[in-house]
Write a protein that binds this ligand. Structure first.
Ligand code: FES
Length: 147
């Protein structure tokens, strides 16, 4: 990449100015609407529309950092592990970079990910993807989807 290309990319990446949210490891909660034990991750309203949050959740028995991205009433989630070198994508806990094109940018080496499927569309791991985490929104909460 040329120096000017690097500068152009640097100018097009912004820190998400909306407040980011980070929540600690969640607890299993009884979903009163279904009487099923579910894992509540975060209140939907605590994520800005178009913004990110980070939380910890038990995935396959391990505590994992999870990226949450809200778009309206939908939330998508991925493990906070970059497919390039296995680093976290946030530059500080819960603080993510978003390009002007609406891509999530890894703070380590600049890989950029579209926010529908979490596929890397630019940078050192182009063509790979973030590992999706199944979540659902119900009663104003984001829940870890049951298996
Ligand atoms: S670890 Fe994310 S781009 Fe290298």
């Amino acid at each position: 990449m040329t120096q000017s290309g690097h500068d152009d990319r640097a100018r097009s990446i912004e820190r998400d100015s909306r407040p980011s949210v980070r929540t600690p490891l969640n607890n299993e909660t009884v979903d009163t609407s279904s009487q099923i034990r579910r894992t509540a991750l975060i209140a939907l309203d605590s994520i800005a529309d178009g913004g990110f949050a980070e939380t910890e959740a038990a995935i396959d028995g391990d505590a994992e950092s999870v990226i949450l991205y809200r778009q309206g009433h939908e939330v998508r989630a991925w493990l906070n592990i970059c497919p390039h070198a296995g680093r976290r994508l946030d530059w500080a806990p819960g603080q993510f970079l978003k390009s002007r094109e609406g891509l999530l940018v890894c703070a380590a080496h600049g890989a950029s990910f579209e926010l529908a499927q979490g596929e890397c569309v630019g940078g050192p791991c182009r063509g790979e993807a973030l590992r999706a985490v199944a979540v659902e929104v119900r009663d104003g909460q984001v829940w870890l989807a049951s298996a």
